[in-house]
Design a protein around this ligand. Sequence first.
Ligand code: ADP
Ligand code: MG
Length: 409
Amino acid sequence: MNAGTQASGGPKLFRKKTIRDVDVQGKRVLVRVDFNVPLDAGTGRVGVADDTRIRAALPTIDYLRSRGARLILVSHLGRPQDRDPALSMEPVGKRLAELTGARVWQAPAVVGEEVERRADRLEAGEILLLENSRYEPGETGNDPKLAEGLAKLADLYVDDAFGAAHRAHATTDGVARRLPAVAGLLLEREVSVVSSLLDGAASPLVVVLGGAKVSGKIGVIERFLEIADAILIGGAMCFSFFRAQGIATGDSLAPEEGTELARRALELAERSSCRLELPSDLVIGDSFSAQAATRIVEGTDVPDGWMGLDVGPRTAKAYADEVGEAATVFWNGPMGAFEMEPFENGTRIVAEAVAETSATTVIGGGDSVAAAERYGIVDRIDHISTGGGAALQLLEGKPLPGVEVLQDA
Ligand code: ADP
Ligand code: MG
């Protein structure tokens, strides 16, 4: 954590209009938020298990309410089949009311005449929470009729859903083409911070990558090979690299399609001044289970019948040291199957190093953020991104549809 400077790229990295540039007094403002939160159905009454994403939207919500806007909020929640009542926004609305102190009305649907009537009746500072946008089949298909129905509800559209900005859906794209459309404060900050990693990050820039899916992250590796000082690979991802090098990976998670991608990254790395580092030791288990028999292997050969489930202690220490000497750190993807205690050490040691370094630190990715919470380091990180997929897409250098569609500043 860098105490002196915030991990903010400043306004120059964000070239879209925001809510600060428009007059919202008395207007019906449709805000696309990312309230795709985990629910816990524990005692029969469904509640919000983790309200981080709701709290992340509060700066925008408070800003708009304090300036007399009438708020209509929309988000998706999970992947409902039809209108599965278990994925209703109702528990989210309750939590939102507690967090904002606002009057929160629950809409009975996403669009339609009844929803329009309720939007019209809203008083300044009140909130109407629409139902789960994925109750509408037209959401993911970016259906013009759904976008039209959403546009009818409001005078202004605000996108504050960084976690959904990589998708061109009716609530992130279609409706934004039918109303004046600007960014919320969370979206602005997320895009600015993530973009600042690619544009002017203080050196040494150390990138720690792990997790399960190499295919979704290879573009990011290629991009960082051009600008970072070191890329430290852990998680299941390293086995794609080992396979590409002809090293035995036993039963480790190493999907075939990752091998070719890893081979290409290794080739690029040879011509790059950025170091691409792989683990030098591993923790292996005889099954994907917290009860598995475990062993530490020096070197990286994984015997048949075993799988690599964490980086070893030597690797964890080496990665932590590099993080400690960095000026900027980006971490995405756990170092091992950290949800199981025997395989959590690598992730914990790296997490603690990211918390303790004097570097500016950014963490992205749902499971990496879960790890940061588990090890109690959230408050010591400069920026925790609410959007894993969107952050990676931005880091690959690909535009985000949800941002592109907004008005230019
Ligand atoms: P993020 O959500 O941070 O982007 P990913 O979704 O790519 O991260 O990957 C997270 C998952 O990767 C975790 O559930 C973790 O258990 C798993 N994982 C990490 N290392 C391994 C490994 N060596 N073998 C199997 N799974 C792993
Ligand atoms: Mg994940």
